[in-house]
Design a protein around this ligand. Structure first.
Ligand code: PEP
Ligand code: MG
Length: 326
């Protein structure tokens, strides 16, 4: 099995009719970088940076964050690193960041909302990322964007951080790294055409997008069966976002769990998505799936699925396609 995996690692993620798909890795800890290289990921499509703030009482300095990111970038040896700014989620990082937990953490002060409410925290992280970006290709991803103004405010902060560093005589990449928006709030997906004018790239986070679209707590076992990536509302939001990105000619990646499940690969390809980021454990399976597909068949599947509004019929269509023998 190990030999088969190694062989697969060196094969391209390409459909049978020659469409190249970019498969990247999601990681939560720098120690996973070995697995990233091992599974053949083209880069890191999502670094969840919350680890920097966990299990400690103080805050990580700019220098500490810079050193951690630089180490990771050097290990990646030219592969791109997409750093997501901290996604403090209500209860998750609240103690470390000195935030009080509101009545509904999922709808409260979370992610970029924390960063804009506590600008010194975000500015420190952005400065660390900028400094690290001289060591290899880096992209900056902003979680939980709901409005165009939030992305604009983040970009202003990024520019201000760059100006501060340049004044201090620190070398920075020119141009600055791309700044992208997570599409994981339904309102952001519905406003994707406007956001595409402000963002350098999109990353669709299906975990939160499904949670907020269907009003299903992603961690609540009692409603886990209702957490359905194939709900037509979810698929329409993905399609609208992908179309907006294509129209604005900005890159788009899908990085929620949905991207790492081979059941959905054909559908996502058929929706025009060419860039998937997932846990390193799932990447070989998804690559195998990509290599068994024809892009033309994926397009036909997506067309059939998107003309259907009934979840169970969509589910049947997707599974029929998956079961088609090679
Ligand atoms: C998502 O919401 O789909 C996502 C990728 O981010 P996280 O799971 O870290 O919220
Ligand atoms: Mg999310």
């Amino acid at each position: 099995a190990r030999r088969a995996l190694t062989r697969l690692r060196d094969l391209p993620a390409e459909t049978r009719d020659g469409t190249r798909i970019r498969l990247q890795a999601n990681i939560e800890l720098p120690a996973e970088v070995g697995a990233v290289l091992e599974c053949g990921a083209e880069g890191i499509g999502l670094l969840r940076s919350e680890f920097l703030y966990m299990n400690r009482d103080d805050l990580p300095s700019e220098e500490e964050q810079y050193q951690v990111l630089r180490g990771l970038i050097e290990r990646l040896d030219g592969r791109v690193l997409t750093v997501r700014t901290f996604d403090a989620g209500g209860d998750k990082l609240a103690p470390a960041l000195g935030l009080s937990i509101g009545p509904n953490p999922a709808l409260g002060l979370r992610a970029i909302r924390v960063g804009l409410a506590r600008p010194a925290l975000l500015e420190t992280q952005l400065a660390a990322i900028l400094r690290a970006a001289v060591h290899g290709p880096v992209r900056i991803l902003v979680p939980m964007i709901a409005t165009v103004e939030e992305l604009r405010a983040t970009r202003r902060m990024l520019r201000a951080a760059a100006a501060r560093l340049i004044n201090a005589g620190i070398a920075l990449p020119d141009p600055l790294p791309p700044l992208g928006a997570m599409i994981e709030v339904p309102g952001a997906a519905l406003a994707a055409d406007a956001l595409a004018g402000e963002a350098d790239f999109f990353a669709i986070g299906t975990n939160d997008l499904i949670q907020y679209t269907l009003a299903i707590d992603r961690s609540d076992e009692a409603v886990a069966a209702l957490f359905n990536p194939l709900h037509p509302a979810v698929l329409r939001l993905i399609q609208f976002s992908a179309d907006a990105a294509a129209k604005a000619r900005i890159p788009l990646c899908v990085c929620g769990e949905m991207a790492g499940d081979p059941r959905y690969t054909a559908l996502l390809l058929g929706l025009g998505i060419r860039d998937l980021s997932m846990s390193t454990l799932n990447l070989p399976m998804v690559k195998q799936r990509v290599r068994s597909l024809e892009a033309a068949g994926a397009d036909a599947l997506a067309a059939a699925v998107m003309s259907e509004a009934d979840s169970s019929r969509i589910s049947a269509l997707v599974d029929t396609e998956t079961e088609t023998p090679d």
